[in-house]
Every structure is written in structure tokens, then in C-alpha cells.
Design a protein around this ligand. Structure first.
Ligand code: NAD
Length: 352
């Protein structure tokens, strides 16, 4: 599996070692770029093989495939932060688009039993306020550099699905994840770590951007189920009906605004939201709303989310409180994770 040292990848490695028997060999690949954190794998380091490699580098990945001959492949590796993508889009195109192709190509040349490409709700773009949700049949309409790079990866993976059906390549689109091991530049860990250092929680614009939230453990379980599902051949009608492709949207139908998330985090720490939240200028081109409908994975594969949102948020806040040394080390190594949009439209990064 790739992206193993990131937020969701590390959670998946931890769960995989619980779910699978002890003779399973887990090959964890990560380039240890900006969001990679090897410490996320510390608790399981003696039970995995770690390979530092870039999924967009075909020679390195092909060599890893040929050396280990994996049965199953899950590609979590991606540049994932929307804010950072605005300032450094090229790295996102490389990992999220070219990387997706290199991984699919390696699974074509060194056949695997199944391959899951992990994608995101964000490839569908922004959901109009009157619409209920997106489904696997919705057109891709990405409009930010992060989501456009992921959508490019999606199109490549769809092309591999249809051109090489014997590959058994599948894809998931997941809602926003929360849980342990998330880099403290994302909303929930940012809010907790700011407050624990006596700083307010910054909320973009009016904070009414609405997101679809799912516990990371539920996402990992969904990916695992898609990886092992017996799906049968792709029907010819899938050429014009993308709902028939082996693509699964993953969500708990839990729509919450960013402002509400910030308020819940402050309240979980026993503080008054009106004193601990500050509105800051919105980031450019900020999607207002996402929501997807997970009916297909529920009915076809029997997956259901099991984590209650209120309990999950409280537990997650508790995890960051208890793991202060983990995030303090990240902030020490990577510096403060703020963004300066004034340079976004021209040249060199202004990322802090
Ligand atoms: N976080 C979410 O809410 C969410 C929701 C839906 C889908 N996803 C998708 O899940 C996947 C994992 O997301 P995450 O939140 O864990 O991100 P993350 O940024 O925490 O982790 C990504 C990991 O991939 C690694 N990586 C990046 N480019 C690489 C490359 N070229 N080669 C090898 N490793 C590389 C990074 O070093 C990092 O360890 C991504 O594909 C993302 O698009 C995330």
C-alpha cells in the first residue's frame, strides 16, 4: 500500500494488521514528502516492510512490484491539502495524476489480484445548494488544483478499468475524514493544536462551507471491503453508464459546516466557542458544499459506517490532547502551517 505514512494510509496499516492474519506481509510505500510522517507507523514498525519511494517514479515502483509481487494494492498516496495545492499545484499533478497512472501501469505489468485507487468526493466539484447529493453517476467537475489533479487520476484509472478489465482495478470516492494521525494543517487537528497552544481557531470566511464527514476507521473498512469484493466482469453498458464501473462512493451522509466543526472542537475542550473562533479571509476558489450518497457500497458490498459523529469527534479531540508530543514534533519539523494567499496568483510559494 502507498501513502502509508500519511493520515489515512497509516490508519489503514494499523487496521490491516488487526484484520489480517500474522502471515500477511504489508509493504508500506511512501515518499515521505511534506505530509508524510514516518512516526505514524512507529507503533507497527516491526510488523511491516517500509519502502521510501515516489509513486510517480515508474522505475522505482516497478522494481518494488517485481521484488515483492503484491497480491493486493491500495493506492492512498497523493498530495492532499487544498490550501497547499493553490500555492504549489505542480507537485499535486505529479503525485495525483501521474502517480495514479504509474500505479495502474505497474499492476498491469506485474498482475495483482485487485487494486484499489483511493479518490475523493472532491472530484465531483461543488454541490449546488438545492441538490441532494452526488453519486457514482455524477460527472466529474473538479475546480481546484487538488481536486483537478485527483480527477485526472480518476479518469486515468477509469480508462484502465475499461481498457484492461482483467486488471481488477477499483476506485473509491470518500467524504472528508476525521480521526487520529491527521497532519495539524487540516481543520480538526489545527483547531485542537491551536487551542492547546492558546491560539484561536481560524475559520475561512463565514465558515458555512459544508462538508460530508466520515470517521477514518469507517473509510479504511470501506476500502478493505472494496479491495476484497468479488465484483464480476464490467458490463459493456459501463462505457456510457459510469454507475456500472467498480467505483464506490463512501460517506456517512453527515453534512456539517466548517464553523460547526470548529464550535464542536472548542466545546469538546470545555471552552466557549464565541471566544476561541476567529474568521479569517476565505481562501481563493473555496468549494461551498460536498455530499455523496453511499447507497451503492451499502447495497452491493454491505458496508455501513459504525462510528457515531458526536462520539467520534470527542474521541478524536481526546486523541490530539493525549498525543501532544506527536504533533509538537511535526510543528517543530515542518514549522507553522499557515498560508499567505497574496502570492497565489504569481510564482514562488508563499506557504509558511
Ligand atoms: N483526508 C481526507 O479527508 C480524504 C478524503 C477522501 C479521500 N482522500 C484521499 O485519501 C488519500 C490519503 O489522504 P490523506 O488525508 O491520508 O493524505 P495525507 O496527505 O495525510 O497522506 C498522503 C501520503 O501520501 C504520500 N505521498 C504523496 N505523494 C506521494 C508520492 N508521489 N509517492 C509516494 N507517496 C506519496 C505523502 O508523503 C503522505 O504520507 C489521498 O489519495 C486523498 O486524496 C482523503
Amino acid at each position: 500500500m502507498t501513502g502509508a505514512a500519511g493520515f489515512i494510509g497509516a490508519n489503514y496499516v494499523h487496521h490491516l494488521l488487526e484484520w489480517e492474519s500474522s502471515d500477511v506481509e504489508v509493504i508500506a510505500v511512501d515518499s515521505l514528502g511534506f505530509s508524510g510522517n514516518y512516526a505514524n507507523l512507529d507503533p507497527v514498525a516491526d510488523r511491516i516492510v517500509f519502502e521510501k519511494a515516489d509513486i510517480a517514479d515508474f522505475e522505482s515502483m516497478e522494481e518494488i512490484y517485481r521484488r515483492f509481487l503484491p497480491d493486493f494494492v491500495v493506492n492512498f498516496a497523493a498530495e492532499s491539502h487544498n490550501d497547499r495545492a493553490i500555492l504549489e499545484p505542480s507537485a499535486f499533478m505529479r503525485s495525483n495524476a501521474l502517480g495514479a497512472q504509474v500505479m495502474a501501469e505497474c499492476s498491469r505489468l506485474v498482475p495483482v489480484r485487485s487494486h484499489v485507487h483511493v479518490s475523493t468526493i472532491e472530484v465531483y466539484g461543488e454541490l449546488p445548494s438545492g441538490d441532494e447529493w452526488f453519486t457514482e453517476r455524477s460527472p466529474l467537475n473538479a475546480k481546484t488544483p487538488y481536486s483537478a489533479a485527483k480527477a485526472a487520476g480518476d479518469q486515468i484509472v477509469r480508462a484502465y478499468m475499461q481498457t484492461y478489465p482483467e486488471l481488477n482495478i477499483r476506485m473509491t470516492h470518500c467524504a472528508n475524514n476525521y480521526g487520529p494521525y491527521q497532519l495539524p494543517e487540516k481543520l480538526i487537528p489545527l483547531a485542537v493544536t491551536n487551542i492547546l497552544r492558546g491560539q484561536k481557531v481560524p475559520v475561512y470566511g463565514d465558515g458555512l462551507q459544508s462538508r460530508d464527514w466520515l470517521h477514518v476507521a469507517d473509510h479504511c473498512a470501506a476500502v478493505h471491503r472494496v479491495l476484497h469484493a468479488e465484483l464480476g466482469p464490467i458490463p459493456p453498458q459501463a462505457a456510457t453508464e459510469p454507475g456500472l464501473l467498480p467505483i464506490f462512493d463512501v460517506s456517512a451522509r453527515c453534512e456539517v459546516t466548517n464553523l460547526d466543526i470548529a464550535r464542536r472542537v472548542v466545546a469538546a475542550l470545555g471552552l466557549d466557542p464565541s471566544e476561541w473562533i476567529e474568521h479569517i479571509p476565505d481562501r481563493p476558489n473555496h468549494d461551498r458544499r460536498y455530499l455523496i450518497e453511499p447507497g451503492k457500497i451499502e447495497s452491493r458490498l454491505g458496508w455501513q459506517p459504525v462510528h457515531d459523529f458526536d462520539a467520534g469527534i470527542t474521541e478524536t479531540v481526546g486523541w490530539y490532547v493525549e498525543h501532544r508530543a506527536w504533533w509538537e514534533r511535526i510543528l517543530e519539523e515542518k514549522g507553522e502551517l499557515g498560508f499567505d494567499w497574496s502570492t497565489a496568483g504569481r510564482g514562488p510559494t508563499g506557504a509558511g
